[in-house]
Every structure is written in C-alpha cells, then in structure tokens.
Design a protein around this ligand. Structure first.
Ligand SMILES: C[S@@+](CC[C@H](N)C(=O)[O-])C[C@H]1O[C@@H](n2cnc3c(N)ncnc32)[C@H](O)[C@@H]1O
Length: 235
C-alpha cells in the first residue's frame, strides 16, 4: 500500500505505518521534523519510509492518484486554506483509495481543545481572514470541504475517537513538553512573557493538565483526549 502521511511531524504515525509494510511518504512543512523523521527511518533500517518538506495546501511535485491511503493525524488541520487542503488530499489519492484524518474538536472539554482555547486567549489575535484549524473538527465544515473537492457526501464518515497521553511522569512534565514543543502553546507563552502573564498562563494550564489526569498515581500521566476521526472514500 502506498501511504502519504501529511503533517507527519517526525513520524509518529509514518514509522508504524512503514513497520506494517506500507510504502510511506511523510510530508511536513517543518524542515527539522523532516530531517528527524528521515534520521529515525534510517536508524530503523526502514527503506520504505521517506520524509520530505511540503505544504498540505499545495502538494507541489506529488502526482494525481498516487496514494492508496492519505493519513493526517492532527496535521493538515493546521495548514491554511482548508478547501485547498481537501482538494490536494483528494487529488493525490487513487480512485477507490481512502483519506483518514484525526482532527481536534472545538470546545470539546478534553485536553487539547482546552489547551488550544486557553492558549488562544493569551495569543495575539489572528490575522484577518484566518480560518481556525479547529473548524476541521466540525462535521459540517469537513463535508463542505470534501464535497467541494468533488467527493459525494455519502463517502464521508465520522466517528469520535480517543488519543491518550500516557507518560510515567506527572502531568507537569507533559505541560512542559507542550510549553517547549507545541506551536500554539509556545506562541501563547511568547506573547504572555511579553505582557507579564506567563505565570497566569502556566497556572491555568497546570490546573487543566492535573484535573484531566486519570492516572491512579500523581506521578504518572494518563489523559484521554477526544478527536474526530474522518474517513473519506475516494470516488
Ligand atoms: C501536532 S503536529 C502532528 C504531527 C504528527 N502527525 C503526529 O501525530 O505526531 C502538527 C504537524 O503539522 C505540521 N504542519 C503544520 N502546518 C502544515 C502545513 N501547511 N503543511 C504540512 N504540515 C504542516 C507541523 O509542522 C507539525 O509537524
């Protein structure tokens, strides 16, 4: 199976896909993650897994009808121009193939939607015309985007799924990882630092991470987060 993993990061899903035997191309806009993904694949001897830089809104160099499966887990939702993203995903998928997206859901009470909501409140207002990535977690928007790309509505299906953040360290360690490595949280701290609000932001997030922790031990983390799983059957 030929798989495109879009907004793949350093291979969280691309590497397991390749280990299962797929021929995987990971595409991400961040050069350092592409380099990290290629290093991981090389170290694991996965010749069937390569990573390259690219923008989900415009997949330059990728031919029509190339992939059996296009996967994007919390990836393409962050690209601008969502209608172009849907068109590009449909374009590069083979007829009869599938597109599967994992998208966070706006106003959901679980972790990531709340992190994004709190981070947004501390960040500068987005530029005019900006379309929130969270709109990819709304079924009506997803349908509009894929039907706009020519997919019949009945080929688009949805289910709620759960990603669990599990770690053998307390929730504060996960919060520190978000603070250091997660774009929306990094941006919020950068803005909050400038107007003396970083401590408030940290406190608010710390309370959130601890209140969501389902682990029996305070020294471990198990936080379930709900997302919308979108499956599109290519006509
Ligand atoms: C939350 S991470 C998810 C990474 C990976 N899919 C995973 O599950 O760990 C979002 C990724 O989307 C990438 N990204 C953001 N905008 C993008 C765009 N326009 N085109 C391609 N990738 C993009 C980021 O660089 C980042 O690696």
């Amino acid at each position: 199976m030929k798989v495109l993993d879009l907004g793949c990061g350093d291979g969280t899903t691309a590497i397991p896909e390749a280990k299962l035997g797929a021929d995987v191309l990971g595409v991400d806009i961040a050069a350092y993650l592409v380099a990290a993904g290629n290093a991981r694949a090389k170290e694991l001897g996965l010749a069937n897994c390569t990573f390259q830089e690219g923008d989900a809104s415009y997949l330059a160099g990728l031919k029509d009808h190339t992939f059996d499966l296009v996967v994007s887990i919390f990836g393409a939702m962050f690209a601008p121009k969502p209608f172009d993203v849907a068109k590009e995903m449909v374009r590069v998928t083979k007829p009869g193939g599938r597109i599967v997206m994992g998208n966070w859901i706006p106003n959901d009470p679980t972790l990531v939607a709340q992190v994004l909501k709190i981070s947004g409140a501390y960040s500068p207002p987005p530029p005019e015309g900006f379309i929130s990535p969270m709109t990819w977690g709304v079924e009506a928007n997803v349908i509009e985007r894929f039907t706009g790309a020519g997919v019949p509505k009945e080929n688009i299906s949805f289910m709620r799924d759960t990603y669990t953040f599990a770690n053998s360290a307390p929730p504060s360690a996960l919060l520190n990882a978000f603070r250091s490595f997660y774009g929306p949280t990094m941006n919020a701290f950068e803005a909050a630092d400038k107007n003396g609000k970083a401590t408030d932001l940290h406190k608010e997030l710390d309370a959130l991470f601890n209140s969501q922790n389902k682990s029996a031990s305070k020294d471990a983390t198990s936080i379930p987060a709900t997302f919308l799983r979108v499956t599109v059957k290519r006509h």
